[in-house]
Design a protein around this ligand. Structure first.
Ligand SMILES: Cc1ncc(COP(=O)(O)O)c(C=O)c1O
Length: 308
């Protein structure tokens, strides 16, 4: 059973702090009917040096870019929203949390054209552990290739993190769970590996690291970009390319990256062991580096951390 969210504290809603139970949306809100929202998932880490939000500017930039791709105008400046995020963390007295800002078309009329609908904005924060479980970080998870293809860039702007896009992710997750797997891996419309329903994917072969390129219909993950940079700084070669299903099955190691998933090892795909069927050495090394960085133990990457 998936655990519910803690219904306490305050939610920032259109510039005001409301009690958790009062932050409600009308049943005729445009976003509810047509999936017209854009959002982010961000993490704030409690470190020895204080609380830090990981790559806040990059997440805010992606949020506004997602809105632009859907011609939606967020009625706050980036700076205002950044400050609202920090205020929300402070007012809820959290040292570490998951942060969910969302902007969506609210209630005005019901037609596909959102003209006249307000753009409502909310920010919620809550304490959240590992997304795929502790086991995902250490032992690795069991995945399956989904029969549902990742949405195609000729259908939707796939680089936008938009609420409606997650119907595609939902189908892949439900299908994987029904068949007894921990997580799905989706292919793009051309049959190349794209990503997980909420994670980017990496493979390792003979010491070389690779990940599907933007051309494979992926969401350009901020954790993905961070891991590419960290791995290169660690001396690894990282390729962004088209990845075939078989190539991933033959990988020595594979792992997911994402704000929620952080760096999670993949130990098996459709019953085929990846490498030795456990978290690989390079995965572990990158994972360690990633956690050192987000926990403010790496001077070199402090610019990625925004103090609360
Ligand atoms: C579909 C999808 N791909 C990849 C990611 C990973 O992106 P990030 O590392 O920015 O969280 C996410 C999560 O936001 C996602 O929803």
């Amino acid at each position: 059973m998936v655990e519910g969210l803690p219904e306490r504290g305050k939610i920032w809603y259109n510039g005001r702090f409301l009690d958790w139970k009062d932050a409600k949306v009308h049943v005729l809100a445009h976003g509810l009917h047509y999936g017209t929202g854009v959002f982010e998932g961000i993490r704030c880490y409690a470190t020895d040096k204080g609380s830090f939000i990981f790559r806040l500017d990059d997440h805010i930039a992606r949020l506004y870019r997602s809105a632009e791709l859907y011609k939606m105008t967020i009625p706050y400046t980036k700076e205002e929203l950044k400050n609202a995020i920090k205020d929300t963390i402070r007012i809820n007295e959290l040292d570490a949390c998951y942060i969910r800002p969302i902007a969506f078309y609210g209630f005005h009329h019901l037609g596909v054209n959102p003209e006249g609908c307000p753009v409502d904005c909310a920010i919620a924060v809550w304490r959240w552990g590992t997304y795929l479980g502790e086991e995902a970080l250490e032992k690795g998870i069991r995945c399956t290739f989904s029969s549902w293809r990742r949405i195609d860039p000729n259908t939707l702007p796939v680089t936008a993190k938009a609420t409606g896009h997650y119907l595609n992710s939902l189908l892949a997750v439900l299908d994987a769970k029904e068949r007894g797997f921990d997580e799905a891996i989706m292919l793009d419309n051309h049959g190349y590996v794209a990503e997980g329903p909420g994670e980017n994917i990496f493979g390792v072969k003979d010491g070389l690291i690779y990940t599907p390129a933007i051309e494979s219909s992926i969401l350009p993950g901020i954790t993905r970009a961070s891991v590419i940079e960290l791995a290169r700084d660690m001396g690894y070669e990282v390729l962004e390319k088209r990845v075939k299903k078989e190539e991933l099955l033959n990988a020595d190691e594979a792992f997911f990256t994402g704000t929620a998933a952080e760096v999670s090892a993949i130990r098996e795909i459709d019953g085929v062991k990846i490498g030795e069927g456990k978290r690989g050495k390079i995965t572990e090394e990158i994972q360690r580096k990633f956690f050192d960085v987000v926990n403010a133990r790496e001077e070199r990457y402090m610019s990625w951390l925004e103090p609360v």
